[in-house]
Design a binder for this molecule. Structure first.
Ligand code: NAD
Length: 486
């Protein structure tokens, strides 16, 4: 179904995010017939490009980030006709009157301002939007991570935006929530009879959430060195995955109901601070090594520095202190230059209570549900069966496997496609509310403080491995193993 008439104003329209994600996502939705004729995309940036110059930028972005087969000339021409560009210095006055005039020609359109710029520009941009009277009842604003570097700065970013926009107009993007598998996690839990009764500490032994990248810090070294894995991945993406895995059933699949339940999970996370950080967390940093058979440099060389204390890997043993999850550890880990590019949630069920089989049947593995976000979105349920054949009762674990690409014969749309359409529709279900962001920082801030107060060491790991051995020790102390290592 087509969305309503809209103007999408992308501040940072010539940036990397616009090129890699926003423009390709809007192009794909246009191809799918979801954009109405009265749908405009207005790129805004400091660069003094003319319309033609920006159209070249858009063409190049699409060529680089959209499959060649999808770039049908007709679809491309239709998309390019939607594009406008205005050079605006968001910290000054130039360009704003022109932007106001352009927007006035679509006064009744949904107006979405996308802040694809550094967060220190959120306040000046919001102020100018107010000053030029650009906020209409149908306006919304989309803000990208990082939403602060701690609770305090997150409050400031939020306050800057909240001076101009109501909370119901603010869309805080965490693109993990736009992934098909993540939404499928909710379908799996709440549209099936068979999982929810088992979804608790009586039946679940522990949960692992891994977001592993094989790439290093690339061009973002300068930013990354001031951030690290916890701020870059845990505070947002991993905690969001944890929330969706652990939350109580919301009363409806509706923005505030879902967000209320996620918030309760964040509030129930047990505090990790100076007292227990050493026991519950492991920090790592990659050294040189080999990834996919290619020798790769270490982190310090990547960021051209002599030394750095920043973690490129973190493993955390988290606990949720509530009735459902008491005693079930959540092992979280993420890192750069690891042994593969995988993101997954692994739900490990408890062993059966009694085996009726003798030792010749072999070991009975615990059931395991693996929800894969990357690289091949899908789910696997590992169950025990009898080995086929006349050889007696031999048991074996097999995966009941569902790859979305195979099952549905199409590859999944990019998360930004779904999320951008939700912005235009005004559906906030898959976006974070300000109190969620604040609660996530309330859990993360004491961890970061503990690391600094106790000078917790950074363990080195060779690029292309699964992190420092201390991470293996963290989970093995509990009698469990990481999925890749088992
Ligand atoms: P970028 O440096 O590639 O682009 C920044 C854009 O902002 C450019 O278009 C630039 O012209 C514009 N800009 C900067 N100062 C300006 C000014 N004074 N007036 C007008 N325009 C100005 O950055 P990016 O990688 O596209 O990231 C943008 C934001 O999105 C950042 O906050 C980043 O952390 C976040 N983000 C990026 C990605 C990504 O994949 N690139 C992913 C998640 C979040």
């Amino acid at each position: 179904i087509q969305v309503s008439a809209f103007d999408l104003v992308v501040f940072g329209g010539t940036g990397d995010l616009a090129a890699r994600k926003l423009l390709p996502a809007m192009f794909q939705r246009d191809r799918a017939g979801q954009l109405p004729d009265a749908g405009r995309i207005i790129g805004v940036s400091r660069r003094p490009l003319g319309d033609e110059g920006y159209l070249d930028f858009v063409r190049t972005s699409l060529r680089d980030h959209v499959k060649a087969a999808d770039l049908e000339p007709e679809a491309l021409a239709r998309f390019l006709a939607r594009i406008h560009f205005l050079p605006v210095d968001v910290t000054g006055e130039t360009g704003w009157a022109e932007l106001a005039a352009l927007l006035a020609s679509g006064a009744d359109h949904v107006r979405a301002f996308y802040f694809a710029v550094s967060p220190d520009l959120f306040a000046p941009i919001s102020q100018r939007i107010k000053q030029f009277g650009l906020v209409t009842p149908k306006s919304r604003v989309v803000v990208e991570k990082p939403l602060g570097k701690d609770g305090e700065s997150a409050r400031e970013v939020n306050a800057a935006v909240a001076c101009v926009f109501e909370e119901s107009q603010v869309f805080r993007i965490d693109h993990y929530l736009g992934k098909e598998t993540v939404q499928n996690l909710m379908a799996l839990r709440f549209a099936n009879r068979m999982f929810e009764p088992l979804w608790n500490s009586t039946h679940i032994d522990h949960i692992q959430i891994t977001v592993a990248e094989d790439i290093g810090v690339g061009e973002r070294g300068g930013y990354y060195d001031t951030s690290g894995a916890v701020r870059d991945m845990v505070q947002n993406h991993i905690l969001q995955l944890l929330c969706l895995t652990a939350m109580e059933p919301p009363d409806a699949f509706e923005a505030d109901s879902v967000r209320d339940e996620k918030l309760k999970v964040l509030k129930a996370l047990k505090c990790i601070n100076d007292r227990n950080a050493e026991h519950c967390t492991v920090r790592g940093q990659y050294r040189s090594g080999s990834v996919n058979g290619q020798p790769t440099p270490g982190y310090l060389l990547d960021i051209s520095k002599e030394e750095s204390d920043t973690e490129t890997f973190v493993a955390i043993r988290a606990e949720i202190a509530n009735w459902r999850w008491a005693g079930v550890p959540f092992f979280l880990r993420t890192g750069k230059r690891l042994g593969g590019r995988t993101s997954e949630i692994v739900v490990n069920f408890r062993p059966i209570s009694h085996s009726i089989f003798d030792h010749t049947a072999g070991r009975i593995s615990q059931n395991r549900l693996v929800i894969r976000l990357q690289p091949d979105e899908g789910m696997t349920l590992e169950v025990m069966i009898k080995d086929p054949g006349p050889g007696g009762m031999r048991l074996r674990s097999i995966p009941l496997d569902m790859s979305f690409a195979e099952t549905f014969g199409v590859s999944n749309p990019d998360a930004y496609e779904r999320l951008l359409m939700d912005v235009i529709r005004g559906n906030q279900t898959l976006f974070m509310r300000h109190d969620e962001v604040a609660a996530a920082w309330r859990w993360v801030d004491p961890i970061l403080a503990a690391w600094s107060n106790t000078a917790q060491r950074v363990h080195h790991y060779a690029a292309g491995t699964w992190g420092p051995s201390a991470s293996v020790a963290l989970i093995e102390r509990d009698g469990r193993t990481w999925l890749e290592d088992s």
